[in-house]
Write a protein that binds this ligand. Structure first.
Ligand SMILES: Nc1ncnc2c1ncn2[C@@H]1O[C@H](COP(=O)(O)OP(=O)(O)OP(=O)(O)O)[C@@H](O)[C@H]1O
Length: 512
């Protein structure tokens, strides 16, 4: 307690008033009453002319001014005039993203934009902004004090921070007890409200957008998984571009692209003379991404020795360049991506378990394109429009059945494959009419040239026999008996279906 009130002129008196404010807030029965109550208490306790409460919405993408206390009374201004998105308010954004109190004794309006302060109420001099955390310790709002003269607002920081957090807790309790009706969405289709620059409206992609919204303002380490070409890098960029670090760097490194020693010096940097050829100091990518985001693609390909070094960066928040005895503190948000099955790699000792758990507290799994339903048509149309614009061509037309055929195709290369297909088709088509033949879809998606029934049945039978042989460690006698066939029939079918021991080995390898 002394640390809370130590610097105040009348600590006991202040403590009594603070206690009364806690009690008052605990009695509040509505959200607005609570919010106004906090703004009033903060203004009255500190003597600051202005106090404001800002809250983040559930998706943590918008910051709204929810209560304001000015010169001893509740202040209501036309909030429509104030952006409900704090994106442009750098002081507020700083406080939210750093999760640190911000105290400015002498506001210099040339240095700081303060459009969030009521301009018609005089000139503002000192400011204290406190990030507030919810029960899960996530930053969920800001409590702000401002005075017109130079004032030591800082001394109220700790106690008002406690009061603010208590208010958030009470708000959560009220919400649980009596959920208030959701505000009317501004847009007609709320489900499609935000896609962060990605194309897709399917339920699978809506789920991805929902997950993205959760991590924009929370620097949790994210791991993006999904087949090749599903948009993993695009999602990583979206998290950076729409999140609180957007004004800082987004640094990308593909871990499969470089041999171990190069990847190490690229990521961690080196000092002059660290190895032959190191003729100058070199700042690594981790250092370069300080305050920003480092996207490590194909993390499953990172060699084990580097995994240990990366783990240290995550645990200690510091990086040590090659050839240096000194470490440097870094604040980097790490996003990783992989198309590999990392848990399986962990069980095989090919990926460190401790690193895996550090990297994957918030996984986002991107669905393959074939599971996104009508998104295929939507993406195809959009890509074609973009390409026509780029090529300075008139908008193209789609011949009947073309989009339907695309929808039926499996797209092993996912969105990247579709994008490439559209670009190629536009070059092939004449008169801007896209026809099925311009897409050169593989046979099995084209009903007219589909595999015959016989071929399909043979494929099924081949797989059945291979599985059975594998279960029986290649022993043909046991496999034949499990299948209820004479051994010579099995041998005949194997010969007919072109099954040999090499197939079994390849299959075993794929299953490891
Ligand atoms: N939902 C989407 N909307 C628009 N474009 C997309 C979408 N998803 C992917 N793309 C495009 O598809 C291409 C491949 O995307 P990206 O490189 O992000 O995939 P990836 O999963 O990281 O691939 P890889 O596994 O090969 O690294 C890019 O051109 C990207 O712009």
């Amino acid at each position: 307690m002394p640390a809370l009130f130590g610097q105040l002129a009348q600590p006991l008196h202040y403590a009594e008033r603070l206690l009364a404010s806690f009690t008052q807030l605990a009695r509040s029965r509505s959200k607005q009453q609570l919010q106004d109550g906090l703004a009033e208490a903060a203004g009255t306790l500190s003597g600051a002319a202005l106090s404001q409460l800002y809250l983040l919405d559930v998706t943590h993408t918008q910051l709204t001014l929810t209560a304001e206390w000015l010169d001893g009374r509740r202040y209501e201004r036309d909030t429509g005039a104030l952006s409900s998105d704090y994106r442009d308010e750098q002081l507020l954004q700083y406080c939210l993203t750093q999760n640190q109190p911000l105290y400015i004794e002498q506001l210099d309006n040339h240095l700081y934009a303060t459009d969030f302060l009521p301009a018609d109420a005089g000139n503002w001099c000192s400011l204290l902004c406190l990030p507030l955390q919810d029960d899960q310790q996530h930053v969920s709002g800001l409590l702000l004090l401002a005075s017109r003269e130079a004032a030591q607002l800082k001394v109220y920081g700790d106690s008002l921070h406690l009061l603010g957090n208590f208010t958030l807790h009470q708000l959560q309790l009220l919400q649980q007890a009596r959920p208030e009706p959701a505000p009317r969405p501004a847009e007609p289709t709320p489900a499609l409200s935000r896609s962060y620059g990605l194309i897709g409206e399917s339920p699978a992609m809506q789920q991805v957008y929902q997950l993205i919204s959760k991590v924009l303002h929370n620097p949790v380490t994210v791991m993006i998984t999904g087949e090749t070409g599903t948009g993993k890098e695009l999602v990583a960029r979206a998290i950076h571009d729409y999140g609180s670090r957007r004004s800082q760097r987004f640094v990308v490194q593909n871990c499969a692209a470089l041999p171990e020693h190069l990847l190490e010096s690229e990521l961690f940097g080196y000092r002059k003379g660290a190895f032959t050829g190191a003729d100058r100091d070199y700042r690594g990518l981790i250092d370069n991404a300080h305050c920003g985001t480092l996207f490590l693609d194909e993390i499953g390909d990172m060699p084990l020795t580097l995994q240990a070094k990366l783990l240290r960066v995550l645990q200690e928040g510091e990086v040590r360049p090659l050839g240096s005895n000194e470490t440097r503190k870094v604040d980097v948000r790490i996003i990783t991506a992989t198309h590999q099955n990392l848990p399986e790699m962990v069980s095989q000792g090919r990926f460190r378990e401790d690193l895996y758990y550090r990297l994957a507290p918030f996984p986002i799994d991107l669905p393959p394109l074939r599971e996104r339903g009508d998104d295929i048509q939507l993406l195809a149309r959009r890509f074609a429009e973009e390409a026509c614009r780029f090529l300075n061509r008139d908008a193209c037309q789609w011949a009947g059945g073309t989009l339907e055929q695309l929808r039926d195709y499996g797209f092993p290369g996912n969105v990247r494959e579709l994008k490439g297909m559209i670009a190629r088709a536009l070059l092939l088509c004449e008169g801007n009419l896209l026809l099925p033949e311009h897409f050169n879809l593989p046979d099995d998606s084209n009903p007219s040239s589909a595999m015959s029934l016989r071929d399909r049945l043979e494929r099924v039978e081949r797989n059945l026999l291979l599985e059975c042989l594998q279960r029986n460690q290649g022993n043909q006698t046991s496999a034949a008996s499990e299948l209820g066939l004479p051994r010579r029939t099995l041998l005949y079918r194997m010969q007919r279906l072109n099954i040999n021991p090499a197939d079994l080995k390849a299959r075993e390898r794929n299953h490891v």
